[in-house]
Ligand binder design. Structure first.
Ligand SMILES: [Zn+2]
Length: 414
């Protein structure tokens, strides 16, 4: 069987038919004749977009904001809140919430998720075990990558235990090495531990980087230089990179060029940064986003994601790439097209995945959204969607609205 999508509109406004064979786009033309083995899907009125990916999730923490309110609303408050409840996360609880969250992402069109899993003294490797189980259970439905997120130690005793915990997480099946060097007492030690583990294991590296409005922070530049110095070439992503957004423009541009040359992808996470950053600055609070324009101008790979999903780090979130893209338009001042690129092609590039296009030979990972324009698709939260992975429909949603157009004369209330 092949899947024939009829009358879709691509992002350039072309109305075309698309035939998908297996995992690949086999043909694109204005009018493809139906073959006997075609399964036909009429998508008139739908935009066919490269499917988004979530390049930075925390499925182990997802859906817990009601259990642990963030009392200060900042990053410290979020870490304190999550540590208070993490001891109560059973394996079943972790698996159930992570699975439920992954289904939310999928229903909205996200067919690949990179999730971090806390690894540290507060969590041991329990989160890693649970998310590896979820990854394996969802195989063929959602492509899940699990990052061993090495927590920053809060004491010398915790620091002593971290290398062993990281090794255990790799043994359990981590796909990516993570970390939060900027939260370590010695950030160089934090960076070195994660980078050395990536070099030894051959796994990609994805580090939380500079979640701070300190204009002198240089974690991103340090990472780019360490990557170049080590010759590591298995894929490096830096997430957040908040401080780059408050650097003097020339400094930001120079760092962005180093990042591009080093091949480090940057993932911006507008939702969580807007929530956590800028507390305590009541007048003109900064937005907390990285310097997206400087990164794009330098030719760096820019991905975007939603980060936390209704947990102490972000009590909002609807597991929808349209939300992150919309914030990049309003708070990041990107065009809608550049914003969608960041949540789809950019996110996938940061995850080491092929980038889909409505073109013959492309991998076929798409979301079809019922909308008259890309603006309408990104702005619309409750839009009808069809989620496609290869020749399979993985999810679909319909919207039923009833709006009374006018109050009729003579309507009875009896
Ligand atoms: Zn994160």
């Amino acid at each position: 069987m092949t899947l024939l999508l009829q009358s879709v509109t691509d992002v350039d406004g072309r109305r075309v038919d698309v035939r998908i064979e297996g995992t690949t786009v086999a043909a694109v033309a204005p009018d493809l004749p139906v073959r006997p083995d075609d399964e036909v899907l009429d998508l008139a009125g739908h935009l066919l977009l490269p499917a988004p990916a979530e390049p930075h999730a925390h499925l182990d923490k997802a859906l817990t904001s009601h259990r642990a309110p963030n009392l200060t609303g900042d990053l410290d408050g979020a870490i304190t809140a999550i540590r208070q409840i993490a001891a109560g996360f059973t394996h079943e609880d972790l698996v159930e919430r992570a699975t439920r969250a992954a289904h939310e992402y999928l229903a909205n069109g996200i067919t690949a998720i990179r999730t971090h899993a806390d690894v540290g003294v507060h969590a041991g490797t329990r989160h890693m075990r649970a998310l590896v189980e979820v990854r394996d259970a969802l195989a063929g439905l959602v492509d899940v990558q699990v990052v061993a997120l090495l927590s920053a130690p809060r004491s010398a005793e915790e620091a002593g235990a971290t290398p062993r915990l990281l090794a255990e997480a790799i043994e359990l099946g981590a796909d990516v090495i993570g970390g939060v060097p900027h939260l370590w007492p010695d950030r160089d030690a934090g960076l070195a531990l994660s980078l050395e583990a990536a070099v030894r294991s051959g796994l990609p590296l994805d580090l939380h980087t500079d979640e701070t409005l300190d204009p002198t922070a240089q974690g991103l530049r340090s990472l780019a230089r360490a990557v170049v110095g080590s010759g590591f070439d298995r894929g490096v992503t830096a997430s957040h990179c908040v401080s780059l957004g408050v650097h003097p423009l020339e400094v930001a541009r120079a760092t962005a060029e180093e990042v591009a040359r080093a091949g480090v992808g940057v993932v911006t996470l507008p939702q969580t940064n807007l929530y956590l950053q800028g507390r305590g600055i009541p007048v003109g609070p900064p937005r907390g986003l990285t310097a997206v324009r400087a990164l794009l101008d330098a030719g760096a790979t820019l991905g975007a994601g939603g980060d936390n999903l209704r947990d102490p780090f972000n009590p909002m979130g609807r597991a929808d790439a349209c939300e992150a893209a919309s914030l990049l338009v309003t708070a990041g001042h990107l065009s809608t097209r550049a914003a969608w690129h960041a949540v789809s092609a950019g996110a996938r590039a940061c995850m080491g995945l092929p980038v889909p296009e409505v073109a013959e030979g492309s991998v076929a990972e798409f979301v079809a959204i019922e909308a008259e324009s890309l603006d309408a698709a990104v702005a619309g939260a409750g839009t009808a969607r069809v989620v496609l992975s290869g020749d399979r429909v993985l999810a679909s949603s319909r919207v039923v609205r009833s709006v009374r157009e006018r109050v009729g004369v003579g309507v009875s209330n009896s």
